[in-house]
Design a protein around this ligand. Structure first.
Ligand SMILES: [Zn+2]
Length: 326
């Protein structure tokens, strides 16, 4: 029943947004940025083979259609650097981000070059420097191999999220063996250090900080939070040749205390996974920027309209803090 109500409200939100979009777009403030979050770009074969957690099941084809739809609705594309100059923004913008630092994100390159769309990739430093598989992929593949259902896998991942990475690593090695953090293929491996260095020169790619070991920060002490942020800043600075300015909270988990640590590390903006738009007022809360997780199983048009909607029902119905995304 609750899910039916939710569906009905989402449908209403989409319908209102579709109606208002062309009429009111000029009256809704100086600018409106809708930022979107992707994780991986996987082929259908990779998803069926079960060698990587399919997460939101986004394929390169879906990604291309998503960008084309945004363009057809009249959105212009924004890079992270342009957030620093809000005085120059007018109208509707879309900002495209990827979290974690999967190698498969390079599959976006021919598409963004064709459509001239800037993207931002938030890197988990330790996984890059150690070519280390992400822990949720280990849980997914190992449990699937042993016959667990998707529901059991999601429950297990959820129960492990707030544990320290050290505890997670110890549990997974004890349970599944010492080699489990070695990537299986291009589907689940992180970008390598040399790939990051190369991509740093790409005119359409900007990198951001996504912590050192993907710790869920509100579950850690202030000194641990600072260590997570600082070590990633340092490692990524050495790799990329400049200090990163933007951060994305792992699983979108942000609190005022964590945001203060982010600011103290010299980072200027931080993204959550709270849905909604960023207008001139919201941009002033620069350590709690909203982002809309894209689901490859859902309609592109309704996701775009829901994210943009002046009613904002999708944002209002979302729990304040979500751990649904990695
Ligand atoms: Zn993440």
């Amino acid at each position: 029943m609750r899910s039916l109500t939710r569906k009905a409200l989402f449908a209403l939100d989409t319908a209102v947004a579709a109606t208002l979009h062309p009429v009111f777009r000029q009256r809704l403030g100086k600018f409106r940025i809708v930022s979107f979050l992707f994780h991986a770009l996987l082929t259908r074969e990779e998803m069926h083979a079960g060698k990587v957690d399919p997460q939101q099941e986004t394929t390169p084809e879906y990604f291309r259609s998503f960008l084309l739809s945004l363009r057809s609705y009249g959105f212009r594309f924004l890079s992270l650097e342009e957030l620093e100059l809000p005085g120059e923004l007018h109208g509707d913008y879309a900002l495209i981000t990827f979290d974690d630092g999967y190698f498969n994100n390079v599959r976006s390159l021919p598409i963004i070059e064709e459509l001239q769309v800037p993207i931002s990739i938030f890197l988990t430093a330790q996984n890059v420097t150690q070519s280390r598989r992400f822990w949720w992929d280990v849980v997914f593949t190992e449990m699937k191999r042993r016959g667990s259902s998707l529901e059991q896998i999601r429950r297990r991942q959820e129960s492990m999220k707030r544990l320290s990475r050290r505890t997670v690593d110890e549990q997974l090695v004890a349970e599944f063996g010492t080699e489990v953090f070695t990537p299986c293929s291009d589907a689940d491996r992180p970008l390598t250090a040399s790939e990051v260095r190369q991509l740093a020169n790409h005119p359409l790619v900007t990198f951001g900080n996504h912590t050192n070991a993907h710790e869920i920060l509100p579950a850690r002490s202030t000194s641990q939070i600072t260590r997570e942020l600082e070590s990633a800043q340092q490692i990524l600075h050495e790799l990329i040749g400049r200090r990163l300015k933007t951060f994305a909270y792992p699983s979108g988990a942000a609190t005022a205390e964590v945001a203060e640590c982010v600011q103290n590390c010299g980072l200027q903006f931080a993204f959550t996974t709270q849905r909604g738009i960023i207008d001139d007022t919201a941009l002033r809360a620069r350590y709690f920027l909203r982002r809309n997780l894209v689901d490859g199983r859902d309609s592109i048009q309704s996701q775009i309209l829901r994210a943009w909607s002046p009613l904002g029902l999708a944002a209002a119905l979302q729990p304040r803090r979500t751990y649904a995304a990695q």
